[in-house]
Design a protein around this ligand. Structure first.
Ligand SMILES: Cc1cc2nc3c(=O)[nH]c(=O)nc-3n(C[C@H](O)[C@H](O)[C@H](O)COP(=O)(O)OP(=O)(O)OC[C@H]3O[C@@H](n4cnc5c(N)ncnc54)[C@H](O)[C@@H]3O)c2cc1C
Length: 367
C-alpha cells in the first residue's frame, strides 16, 4: 500500500481524502485550520447566471454544481449541510428578462438549473419573507452549503475509515523519490502528496523552488441570529451588487461576503465590512433596520486567488506523484468538491483529462 499525505483539510483536501481508494493508499491529512476559507464560508451553489466570461471556469463551475447530486448521495449529506432550496436573483428592473433568456440558454447544457420562473413581487415575499416586495428570477436548482458542517461530516467519515488527521502545519521537501513532511512533532515520508493548502500553497511550493501565482483575499460574512425558525426551507437570494442572503436552519441568516484583496491573512472582523454589507443588502430587505435588530457574529476567512481569478489543479510537471490545487476564490464551494473528486480519480485510476477546466498549469507556476 502507498502512503499519501494531503496538506490542507479544507473542502478540496477532505473531499479528496474521502474519495481516495483506501485499498491502495493509507492517507494522512495535515491541516492547520487557522483562517481556513471553507470553515468560514457558507454559500450558494448556483453558478449558471454568472457574468464571468472565462469559459473554462464556467465549465468547471457548471460541472461542479452538477456533481452535488452525486456528492450528497455518496456522503449522505443532511439538510443541515446542503439543501437545494432554489435561488432568487434580484436585479434592477428591465434586467430580469434578459437574465431569464440567459437562464434558458444555459439550461440547454445545464439541466441542473431546474425550473426557471419570473416571480411577481408578491410571489417573492411569499418565498422569502425577509425581502421587500420586488420581482425576481427564481431557479429551482440552486442550493446552499454550510462549509463548517460539510467539513465536520467529512472529517468524521474520514476518521471512521482510519484516515489520520493531524492538526499541524506541514513543511515539505523531497528526497530520493520520497516526499518528506516535517512538523513540530517529527518527520514522515510519503510516496505521494496532495497540496490543497489554499493561500498556503506558495509557501509549500516555494520550498521546492516554485513561484506560485496565488494571493490571499480576506472574506468576512455576517451570521444573524433571528427568530425566523422556518428559515431552513427558504431559498437563497443573490442581490444586485454582489451580496448574498443565505437563510440556514433555526433562524440563522447569513449575509456576505466581502472580497478584500488587500486584507492579506488578517482575520480581524471590521466595522467597515458590516457597513459595506449593510449598504449592499439593506435596500432589499423588508425590515429596513434588519442589521440593527438582530445580533450578528462575523465569520472571517482567507480565500486564495490567482491573477485571472481562475482556479487550477494538476500534478506537478516535474513530479507527478504530487498534485496541487488552489485559487478557488469566491466560488470554491461550487468547484471544490468536484476538484477533490477529480484529484482522487487521478490517484485511483491515473485519470487527468482536465484541459477543459483550466489554462495550462505553467500559467500559475514558474521555476
Ligand atoms: C467569508 C467567505 C465566504 C465565502 N462564500 C462562498 C460562497 O458563497 N460560494 C462559494 O462557492 N465559495 C465561497 N467562499 C470561498 C470558498 O470558501 C473557498 O474558495 C474554498 O473553501 C477554498 O477551499 P480550499 O480547500 O481550497 O482551501 P481552504 O478551505 O482554505 O483550506 C486550506 C487549508 O489548508 C491549511 N494549510 C495551508 N498551509 C498549510 C500547511 N503548510 N500545513 C497544514 N495546513 C495548511 C489552511 O490552514 C486551511 O485549513 C467563501 C469564502 C469565505 C472566506
Amino acid at each position: 500500500m502507498k502512503k499519501l499525505a494531503i496538506i490542507g483539510g479544507g473542502i478540496i483536501g477532505l473531499t479528496l481524502a474521502n474519495y481516495v481508494d483506501l485499498e491502495k493508499y493509507s492517507v494522512t491529512i495535515y491541516d492547520n485550520p487557522v483562517g481556513q476559507a471553507t470553515k468560514a464560508s457558507a454559500g450558494i451553489i448556483s453558478p449558471w447566471l454568472s457574468k464571468r466570461r472565462n469559459k473554462k471556469w464556467y465549465q468547471l463551475a457548471k460541472d461542479g454544481a452538477a456533481f452535488y447530486t452525486k456528492l450528497v448521495q455518496d456522503f449522505s449529506l443532511p439538510a443541515s449541510v446542503y439543501q437545494q432550496t432554489g435561488t432568487l436573483i434580484l436585479r434592477k428592473d428591465g434586467e430580469l428578462s434578459s437574465l431569464m433568456q440567459l437562464a434558458q440558454e444555459r439550461k440547454q447544457t445545464a439541466p441542473e438549473i431546474g425550473e426557471i420562473e419570473l416571480l411577481t413581487a408578491e410571489q417573492v415575499t411569499e418565498k422569502l419573507p425577509l425581502l421587500k416586495a420586488q420581482p425576481a428570477l427564481f431557479i429551482t436548482g440552486g442550493g446552499k452549503l454550510d462549509g463548517a458542517s460539510y467539513l465536520e461530516t467529512l472529517r468524521q467519515r474520514a476518521l471512521s475509515n482510519m484516515i489520520t488527521i493531524k492538526a499541524d502545519t506541514a513543511n515539505l521537501s523531497r528526497s530520493h523519490e520520497q516526499w518528506l513532511i516535517q512538523t513540530p512533532n517529527g518527520t514522515e515520508s510519503f510516496d505521494a502528496v496532495a497540496l490543497c493548502a489554499g493561500p498556503g500553497l506558495p509557501s509549500l511550493l516555494g520550498s521546492l523552488g516554485y513561484t506560485t501565482d496565488i494571493r490571499p483575499q480576506k472574506g468576512q460574512l455576517l451570521a444573524f441570529d433571528t427568530p425566523f425558525t422556518e428559515s431552513g426551507s427558504w431559498p437563497v437570494a443573490m442581490l444586485d451588487g454582489e451580496s448574498d442572503l443565505i437563510p440556514f436552519e433555526d433562524g440563522q441568516i447569513l449575509v456576505g461576503a466581502t472580497h478584500e484583496n488587500d486584507g492579506g491573512f488578517d482575520l480581524t472582523p471590521t466595522e467597515e465590512a458590516f457597513s459595506l454589507l449593510r449598504q449592499k443588502t439593506a435596500p432589499y430587505l423588508a425590515e429596513s433596520s434588519f442589521f440593527e435588530n438582530y445580533p450578528a457574529v462575523y465569520r472571517v476567512g482567507t480565500r486564495a486567488y490567482t491573477s485571472d481569478f481562475a482556479p487550477f489543479f494538476n500534478y506537478l510537471p516535474d513530479a507527478p506523484s504530487a498534485v496541487i490545487a488552489s485559487g478557488l476564490g469566491s466560488s470554491g464551494l461550487t468547484t471544490g468538491p468536484y476538484i477533490g473528486f477529480l484529484l482522487a480519480q487521478y490517484f485511483n485510476e491515473a485519470k487527468s483529462d482536465w484541459q477543459d477546466y483550466q489554462k495550462p498549469i505553467e500559467t500559475y507556476l514558474s521555476k
